[in-house]
Design a protein around this ligand. Structure first.
Ligand SMILES: Cc1ncc(COP(=O)(O)O)c(C=O)c1O
Length: 396
C-alpha cells in the first residue's frame, strides 16, 4: 500500500460511518438519486388520463410558469434536455458555423458538445479556484490581450475568427462571478448563455443564476436537484429570444389551427407533457430538497472542520467563498494530493458509498485536445483533487 493509501484509511472509515449514519443504511448509497413518490404519481396519472402526453399540454405551461415565478425571469421555454437546451440557446442568440465560443474546460461534455453541434468551436479558459467556474479575471485578460473589435464584433486576433458568445457554467451549483462576466460580455460584444444545468436554487446576490445573461439553461436529468426524467429549461428576459427559441423547438411551425406551414428548417425539442407533469410535482418540493441539501452540506462542513483524520489529511470542502447562495447540488471535498483523492475514491466505492472525481477536463479528452485554449492551471489542479460525495435527499 502506498503512503497516501495508508494515510487516508482512517479518514475514509470515519466518512463511511458518517454517510451510513446520515442515510441510515449500510446498503449502496448513490451520489444522487431522485425522490419520486405519491405527488409525482398523482400528476403523472392526471397527465395520462388527459391523453395529452406529448409536447402540448397544461403541465408544460404550468412547469414554465413555476420557473418564471421562482427565477423571476420574464420567459421560460421547456425543452427535451439540457444539452439540446444549450444548443437551442446558442442558435437563438446567433452563434454560427466557424464561430468561437468561450467556455470553461472544467465542465460536463454537454457544454462544448452543444457548441460543436452548431459547427462552432469551444475556446477554453481557466476557472476560478474559489467558484470552480469560468474565471472573470481570465476572461478579462483573454478579451483584452487576444481579441479585438471589428465592425461591432469580437474577433480572435490569432485566427481572425469571430468570437460570438461566452458560456460560463455554475459548477456543481456554485455561482461564477456572473456580474463581472456580464459586464465583460457587454463591453466586448459577446452573447452570454449561462449553463445553469446544475444550479436551480442557486442565487448570486439575491438574483437567480441563469437570469443574468441573454439566456440561461437548466437540466432535469435524473441526477439533478429536480428531475423530469429528461428535460431542460431556457429562461430569458428577452421576448424575441423566447419566441425564437419556441419557434425553433417546434419545427418552425407557423401558428394555425389546421395548416402545416413551416417557415424554416428547424427542430423538435419541446418537453413532452408527461415529463412536465413529473417536473411540476418535483418543483413543488424544491424548497424541501434545498433545505435538506443545505443541512447535509453543513454536516459535511462540520466533518471537515472537526474530524481529526480530516484535519490531519488537510481536507477542504467545496464551498461558496464569496459567490452567493449555492443549492449544494453535489457536495465535494478537495484533497491535498491526487493520490489521497484516488485512495479515498477506491475505499469509499468498495464500501458501497458512491464517490466520483470531477469530469476529466475537456482539453484532456481526445475529442477536444486540439481546441484553442489558454493555460489552465486551476482547472487541472481542481480536477486532480476534487471528489464528489453523496448528496441526494432522503425520500420521506
Ligand atoms: C454542466 C452541465 N451542462 C449540461 C448538462 C446537460 O444536461 P442534460 O443531461 O439534461 O442534457 C449537464 C447535465 O447533465 C450538466 O451538468
Amino acid at each position: 500500500m502506498s503512503k497516501a493509501t495508508t494515510d487516508i484509511q482512517p479518514l475514509a472509515t470515519d466518512f463511511i460511518a458518517l454517510v451510513q449514519q446520515h442515510y441510515q443504511t449500510t446498503d449502496f448509497i448513490p451520489l444522487h438519486a431522485p425522490c419520486i413518490g405519491q405527488p409525482e404519481k398523482l400528476k403523472l396519472n392526471a397527465c395520462i388520463d388527459s391523453t395529452f402526453v406529448s409536447s402540448v399540454g397544461q403541465f408544460v405551461t404550468d412547469f414554465e410558469q413555476q420557473f418564471i415565478d421562482y427565477t423571476q425571469a420574464r420567459h421560460a421555454v421547456a425543452v427535451v434536455n439540457g444539452t439540446m437546451g444549450l444548443f437551442l440557446a446558442l442558435k437563438t442568440v446567433g452563434v454560427e458555423s466557424n464561430d468561437l465560443v468561450i467556455t470553461q474546460s472544467l465542465t460536463f461534455v454537454a457544454t462544448p458538445n452543444a457548441i460543436k453541434m452548431l459547427n462552432a468551436d469551444p475556446l477554453f479558459l481557466d476557472v476560478d479556484k474559489s467558484s470552480y467556474g469560468l474565471s472573470a479575471d481570465c476572461l478579462q485578460t483573454f478579451l483584452n490581450e487576444r481579441t479585438h473589435q471589428q465592425n461591432g464584433q469580437c474577433v480572435h486576433t490569432e485566427t481572425g475568427r469571430r468570437v460570438s458568445a461566452c458560456v460560463p457554467m455554475h459548477t456543481l451549483g456554485f455561482s461564477v462571478e456572473i456580474e463581472r462576466i456580464v459586464k465583460l460580455c457587454k463591453q466586448h460584444n459577446l452573447k452570454l448563455v449561462e449553463d445553469a444545468a446544475e444550479s436551480l436554487g442557486s442565487f448570486y446576490q439575491g438574483k437567480h443564476t441563469g437570469t443574468f445573461g441573454d439566456i440561461g439553461v437548466f437540466s432535469f436529468n435524473g441526477n439533478k436537484i429536480i428531475t423530469t426524467g429528461g428535460g431542460g429549461m431556457l429562461v430569458t428576459n428577452n421576448t424575441e429570444y423566447a419566441e425564437r427559441a419556441k419557434h425553433l423547438s417546434t419545427t418552425a411551425k407557423v401558428p394555425h389551427a389546421w395548416l402545416f406551414e413551416h417557415d424554416e428548417i428547424a427542430y423538435n425539442l419541446r418537453m413532452p407533457n408527461l415529463n412536465a407533469a413529473l417536473g411540476v410535482a418535483q418543483f413543488e418540493q424544491l424548497e424541501v430538497f434545498l433545505t435538506e441539501k443545505k443541512a447535509l452540506a453543513t454536516c459535511y462542513t462540520q466533518f471537515v472542520e472537526h474530524n481529526q483524520n480530516a484535519k490531519s489529511a488537510g481536507l477542504l470542502i467545496l464551498q461558496n467563498v464569496h459567490h452567493g447562495d449555492a443549492n449544494f447540488w453535489l457536495n465535494g471535498f478537495i484533497f491535498d494530493h491526487q493520490t489521497q483523492r484516488d485512495a479515498f475514491l477506491a475505499q469509499t466505492n468498495q464500501a458501497g458509498i458512491q464517490t466520483r472525481p470531477l469530469w476529466t477536463p475537456m482539453h484532456q479528452l481526445a475529442i477536444y485536445q486540439d481546441a484553442i485554449r489558454t493555460e489552465l492551471p486551476h482547472t487541472e489542479w481542481l480536477a486532480e483533487r476534487i471528489v464528489n460525495i453523496p448528496s441526494g435527499v432522503k425520500c420521506h
